[in-house]
Design a protein around this ligand. Structure first.
Ligand code: NAG
Ligand code: NAG
Length: 525
């Protein structure tokens, strides 16, 4: 019996080592945002656990060595980001955020290319089957992948950045697609659409000229590459950290794959006193956490006072992650701490509401555990996440400027309704219901790219010349004679034909602008 069992194990082992061809995978994650790597890390570890040989360039080397996982550490080269951003959103602050991102995109490229161990990879012509890399504020890593001759899988820890649409051949249409840095969802106001057109194009152009082009020059100092935008179009697949039941059904080509949810870890036991506090609540628990986004020192006092006043009137208990020592008025129903195991708290059946800044990871954990949310976006992609979250029915949003005791109580009343909660549980079930788990999906497509190196399945929209994409040549042909005729016709009809002609041209220009297509020639064949 014992021998039979062992034999069986040997057979299984042999079978799996034959059938699953292990890949040599290089992960390139040269951005030092902890919340980003927090998403990539479990995926990279899982690749190693599934017998792939994984080498990871990042700021976050493993503390304990893992089999098949090799670190090339960039740690210590740059400060880990723990920025505090102002609570108010303005166009000025948005521009500062873009300029910060592109500055980091340039700095990180330098740090990556200067690293001896990284240089070793291309000097020793190490062969990789796949390069997995973050698609965020720089395309520097695509130059490295090109030099190594490996196909690329892109990854995000959020929705696509504005400058990613064009390379993937996705038409950015402001009439129903949010611009993640601003408020508004799939039914924008006229002003929001105008805002989207202007900002989408502005930051795409800024990205191209203040980051991508600079990165090209930085790489050229070491080796020759085609343009980074061309390499970006060659990225085989992008694993996007979203899932449509919450983020909304988008129009994506087959190489943009939704894998949102795999970072959520197995639930662990709560610390004793916290567990007692939660379990002894009669009416359930509300969890408040604004991540590292709102600090006691930078949050306006009247806003903190409004939250305290609102929760003091509730029968529920409140667990609040806050870096301040005390709250005004010392409310009795609050458990205050500056560090809390968020995922384990959200998993507790006593949880009835989650008041959050609506970061992608927090939103993901809320839907995972089916906890109704109040989203109060502060910065980055949070306004877009909050709008999508509200439209999905996972919760409601509140803007900081509108936050008062009354408005907050009203929002809490909405999501504490048992019927609201029932619908959130239903939505959570839909969110979990997939042909394969988020992790399996992410690994599957990575292995797919490794197996089918020479196969490209991007949308042809990514490479079609812009004048054809917008049928400018056809419009010119059809509109041209009309214009001539109009000039010869009598004044009345002439004027009206002319104005129809110029308004259709105007519409086209706007359509062109909204796709973020580069009119400077880099996009033409
Ligand atoms: C795995 O990766 C490491 C580090 O990049 C490399 O030294 C080693 O040769 C690789 N092993 C195999 C079996 O390819
Ligand atoms: C990919 O193309 C190269 C060059 O044409 C060829 O040598 C290689 O065998 C192909 N790889 C696969 C997996 O088909």
């Amino acid at each position: 019996m014992y021998i039979m069992q062992n034999l069986w194990h040997v057979i299984i082992l042999l079978y799996s080592s034959i059938s699953v061809h292990s890949l040599n995978i290089l992960g390139v994650f040269p951005y030092q945002g902890k919340s980003h790597f927090f998403v990539f890390e479990p995926y990279l570890q899982e690749l190693a656990r599934r017998n792939h040989n994984v080498t990871v360039i990042s700021y976050f080397p493993q503390e304990k060595p893992i089999a098949n996982y090799h670190d090339i550490s960039l740690a210590g080269k740059t400060k880990i980001l723990e920025s505090v951003f102002p609570v108010d959103r303005s166009y000025w602050i948005l521009m500062k955020i873009f300029s910060f991102l592109f500055e980091k995109g340039r700095d990180n490229c330098e740090v990556l290319l200067e690293n001896e161990n990284v240089q070793n990879l291309w000097q020793s012509e190490t062969k990789f089957d796949v390069v997995v890399t973050e698609q965020f504020n720089s395309d520097c890593s695509l130059g490295l992948a090109y030099k190594l001759g490996a196909p690329v899988v892109g990854m995000t820890s959020h929705v696509l950045m504005p400058w990613h649409y064009e390379r993937l051949g996705i038409h950015y249409n402001p009439s129903y697609m949010s611009f993640q840095f601003c408020e508004g969802g799939t039914k924008p106001t006229f002003y929001q659409r105008l805002e989207r057109v202007v900002l989408h194009n502005l930051c795409t152009i800024l990205y191209k000229y203040t980051c991508q082009r600079v990165n090209e020059n930085q790489i050229q100092k070491y080796f020759d590459i085609p343009s980074l935008q061309d390499l970006a179009k060659d990225v085989k697949a992008v694993l996007m950290y979203t899932n449509f039941p919450v983020n909304g059904p988008g129009l994506y080509p087959p190489n943009v794959i939704e894998v949102g949810g795999y970072h959520v870890a197995k639930t662990k036991e709560l610390p004793k006193d916290l567990k007692k506090f939660i379990e002894e609540s009669e009416h359930g628990v509300i969890f408040i956490s604004f991540g590292s986004m709102l600090k006691a020192a930078t949050t306006p006092e009247d806003k903190v006072a409004a939250i305290v006043a609102a929760i003091s009137e509730l029968p529920q208990r409140v667990v609040w992650k806050w870096d301040g020592k005390v709250l005004p008025g010392n409310p009795k129903n609050v458990y205050l701490s500056n560090w809390l195991p968020q995922n384990d708290i959200l998993a507790h059946p006593k949880l009835v509401a989650f008041y959050s800044h609506c970061g992608m990871l927090s939103t993901t954990e809320a839907i995972y555990h089916g906890v109704p949310m109040i989203g109060m976006p502060v910065f980055g992609d949070q306004p877009g996440n909050a709008a999508a979250m509200e439209e999905s029915g996972l919760g409601v949003q509140i803007q900081i400027r509108d936050l008062t005791k009354e408005t907050l109580l009203q929002k809490l009343k909405t999501i504490l309704d048992p019927e609201f909660r029932r619908k959130v549980k239903e939505l959570s079930a839909v969110w979990h219901d997939r042909p394969s788990s988020a992790m399996d999906t992410a690994i599957y497509w990575t292995e797919f790219v490794g197996r089918t190196k020479n196969y490209t399945f991007r949308s042809p929209a990514a490479t079609v010349p812009f004048y054809q994409y917008l049928y400018l040549d056809i419009i010119t042909l059809l509109g041209g004679p009309k214009k001539l005729k109009a000039q010869n016709a009598d004044e009345d009809t002439g004027v009206s034909t002319m104005s129809t002609y110029s308004s259709s041209k105007f519409a086209l220009v706007i359509a062109g602008l909204s796709t973020g297509i580069d009119f400077h020639g880099a996009n033409s064949p």
